[in-house]
Write a protein that binds this ligand. Structure first.
Ligand SMILES: [Zn+2]
Length: 146
């Protein structure tokens, strides 16, 4: 018996989520509002209300933005020692907008990860995808015994 592979890879599902698209069809919208995940896809009907992204996307954004901006702040301070007011005017908005820019894509990628791996309430969806893939596999390569 051949190992049945999920037709939508983890990378593809997370990338579609990162772009704010439905991880299943890649066409519908994953988000209803800025950080509010839609209950279901308006194109294919895939349900998203099972997701449990919680605070994980925010933690990832803090780690990513912190690791990108803090070394630059330290390097600029060591090299040029600009006045504090100038640093506040530059670094605070840069940090804020970087975090806001990355928050929705990161949450979408996490929902895509949960959807593709069948976490939380997505297991039924995953089983359905695998069953459909098995049907297509059997239809494409009929048994030699028949
Ligand atoms: Zn969809």
């Amino acid at each position: 018996m051949a190992l049945i592979k999920d037709p939508i890879s983890l990378t593809k599902a997370m990338w579609r989520g990162f772009l704010g698209k439905c991880p299943n069809c890649g066409n519908g919208h994953l988000f209803e509002r800025f950080l509010k995940v839609a209950d279901h896809c308006e194109m294919c009907g895939e349900e998203f209300h099972h997701h449990r992204a919680d605070d994980f996307p925010a933690y990832l954004v803090i780690i990513a933005v912190g690791h990108a901006i803090v070394p630059v702040i330290l390097a600029v301070e060591i090299e040029y020692a600009p006045p504090v007011w100038l640093q506040l005017v530059v670094w605070l908005p840069l940090t804020l907008f970087s975090a806001l820019f990355l928050l929705q894509p990161t949450k979408g990628a996490i929902v895509g990860l949960q959807w593709q791996t069948g976490m939380h309430g997505f297991e039924g969806s995953r089983q359905r995808r695998l069953a459909e893939a098995a049907l297509h596999l059997n239809a494409a390569a009929p048994s030699k015994a028949a």
